[in-house]
Design a binder for this molecule. Sequence first.
Ligand code: AMP
Length: 574
Amino acid sequence: MIIGIDLGTTNSLVSVWGEKGPQLIPNKLGEMLTPSCVSIDEDGSVLIGNAARDRLQTHPERSTALFKRYMGSERIVRIGKRDFRPEELSSLILRALKEDAEAYLGHPVTEAIITVPAYFSEAQRKATKTAGRLAGLNVERLLNEPTAAALAYGIHQREAESKFLVFDLGGGTFDVSVLDLFEGVMEVRATTGDNFLGGEDFVGVINDLFFAANQTALRFKKEALFMQRLFAAAEQAKRQLSKEASATIQFSYRDKEFSLTLTEAEFEKACAPLLVRLRDPVERALRDANIHPSELDSIVLAGGATRMPIVRRMVSRMFGRFPSVDINPDEVIALGAAVQAGLKMKNSALSEVVMTDVAPYSLGIDVSKRLSDNSLSSDHFDPIIERNSVIPISRVKKYFPITDNQAYLELNIYQGESRMVKDNIKLGSLRVKLGSGPCEENPVDVRFTYDVNGLLQVEARTAEWANPYTLIIEGNPGILSEQEITERLAAIASLKIHPRDRIESRTILAKAERIYQQLLGDERVWLGQQIFMFEQALETQDDKVIAPAKTVIESVLTEIESQNRLQPTPDPSW
Ligand code: AMP
């Protein structure tokens, strides 16, 4: 059985191709969305999901979120007394989802399809595959998120021909894909995006407005706890503005009260630079796909940030019609991953569906150009695979050394669209030994092979040497070596994971602690007593004692939340 996983910046979901088609799998709490948050409990055990998200506010130094943004980089996150790579944190989320799937399906799961932003780079994709390995999952395929969204929609309209554009604005990334569905063939015609644009940037706008209106708060800008409170309040305000015409941020810090009231119109105005940035990838995708906006049958929204009315209005204005929202934008990618899992398992219900995808970037090498005065101009980008080529693809190009008897040819490999390599992203380099003789007799065939997972292999072949040189990504600190992966596997195996059967109680406790911190006076004292009683019940480890105590504390929390109009913890955005 292959499971589908949407490993999101803020929330993750797991799914499977079931008897009735794509199906989401609930976590231990019965919820489909598992917050992509990790926390280390006081006893050293790892907490994932809701409890970890609540602890971001109560124990920021022991908790973390949004690490998907750092996948493929060497950034280390310290929580508690341990350092983690982004792959390891992601692997802890994957492991929790794997366990949820195993509990639901009743058998072990070892294979998964994991979705990634279409615009994820080579290093980010490799890091995602590594995260899968660290979680004990064989990653059958990395599936581009907008392609997954399109699969979820396309599966319902297999008979008709349709062209659609997927507008996927998640927490940290923006992806656009144009797809053509024709006689069961789902063809991705073009994919573009922006890896640094997402819902969090809209929270950033609210933060800036907050500091502009509360100059005295500027001195707390470096204090983690203050920033956690502000971000949580700003995130809440952003969501409020998805439902109401205005929102108020209000919180106290070190006995000072801070507030900001914001109308939707003010928010929209301040977000104008971000909204403008959403246009460019859409236009580029349509141009690359050679499709006129009027030819599109539907515009599909994916990603939680498309819930913002200011974004929906912008999309409607851009296309002159309303987007489709038949499937919940939080769930559409995971459902598509399940369709892909069904395809992989060659499920008979899907036997007539074929899917093709494209390379999101151009891939090539740096070359020198000879100018008219015979001098050389270096560092030009020469694409070998052009963006939006159908994948898998293999292309070969011939290159010549610059001088006669040149000993080596240094191939530097880049991805990107700029003319000069300095503006593109370097993926690695390959040093090719050359034979002696005049340069025109010493060509090197450079072959780029890009697979369906978006991973690149580079080969260089000379007439002189029988065996081709294959790419070794050198000095790319964002990618773990085999030896490092083995070391990290051992480190993860030594982690104590919070027992699954106690997750529910631990989650309630984390939520109670968060609410306790928000209260003052008698109510706070009273909740403190209730928490203490619940902890006492938990210590008995007797279900007969724990179950009624759980009912009591849950009703206490519901009552406090409704009386104080406290909102559930919003997704983290820092
Ligand atoms: P995703 O990565 O698809 O889970 O998207 C998460 C992003 O969606 C985060 O930036 C959330 O703040 C944002 N988001 C989720 N729900 C809402 C909402 N109701 N209004 C505004 N933004 C939302």
